[in-house]
Write a protein that binds this ligand. Structure first.
Ligand SMILES: [Zn+2]
Length: 167
């Protein structure tokens, strides 16, 4: 693997800042501002089942990127209902399969960060085939550094993935 940051060398190590404790409230946490998913201000879903919805990002440089959110306002894996938790793995596998049917996709990355919003969601990001410098943790950095495509392109790519979702 020859991953590489999307910045010119030399990069210099930086010192971490002082710890911020307690941490600021996240969106959707009590005292942290309203939840965009529950308020309907997030990018609308292109697909859903009884437990989850699939959304294109609002801005993205890698069309085909999706985020998968729970229908219930819960924070993390440990808060999902047992039925939703049981459905999560098979659903991610279906979405991954649909994303990989695009011959331009080399691998599908799945990220759960949880630092910005307290509504359960995971990111599914397609690493372009052959883009080995974007392997591993470098892909989100490349996604951030590359120019965004028009939102409609992201929505169209998301709908193409949904069209390929096997029952
Ligand atoms: Zn919510």
């Amino acid at each position: 693997m020859s991953m590489k940051a999307p910045y010119r060398e030399p990069l210099l190590p930086a010192e971490p800042g002082p710890r911020v404790v307690p941490e600021p409230r996240r969106r959707g946490e009590e005292g942290g501002g309203r939840c965009g998913v529950c308020a309907g201000s997030a990018e609308p879903a292109v697909w859903g089942d009884e437990h989850f919805t699939l959304h294109p990002p609002r801005t993205c440089s890698l069309p085909g990127t999706l985020w998968l959110a729970s229908r219930d306002h819960v924070d993390s894996f440990r808060d999902l209902s047992s039925a939703a938790a049981a459905g999560f793995g098979p659903l991610v596998a279906r979405v991954e399969t649909a994303m990989l049917e695009d011959p331009g996709v080399g691998r599908v990355h799945v990220y759960r960060w949880g630092d910005g919003a307290a509504h359960f969601h995971v990111w599914m990001m397609p690493r372009p085939l052959g883009m080995l410098e974007a392997s591993g943790m470098m892909l989100p950095l490349w996604e951030d550094a590359l120019p965004d495509v028009p939102d409609e392109e992201c929505r169209t790519a998301a709908r193409r993935v949904v069209d390929r979702l096997a029952g």
